[in-house]
Design a protein around this ligand. Structure first.
Ligand SMILES: [Zn+2]
Length: 80
């Protein structure tokens, strides 16, 4: 399975929560190992999820991904 960055971004919150099957997890990890862009996305997403998650169960609202990706683009843009 070959993933592009968009696939990783789509799955990154599932990946963090462990909601991906082993083959997908492996594909994501392989991608992350050589894509620093996605590694940065993973770090940022992890931080955001920790902030949001608290100890509540939360569901991603409609549009969450788009807003998250926009936010991450901003973060990454600022760092580079
Ligand atoms: Zn990538």
């Amino acid at each position: 399975m070959v993933l592009n960055c968009k696939h990783v971004w789509d799955q990154v919150s599932n990946y963090i929560e462990g909601n991906v099957d082993p083959a997908l997890r492996e594909a994501i990890e392989t991608h992350l190992a050589h894509c620093r862009h996605c590694a940065a996305v993973l770090d940022s997403t992890r931080n955001i999820l920790i902030l949001i998650a608290d100890d509540r169960v939360f569901e991603l609202p409609v549009g969450y991904s788009d807003r998250l990706h926009a936010r991450l683009q901003e973060e990454i843009g600022r760092r580079e």
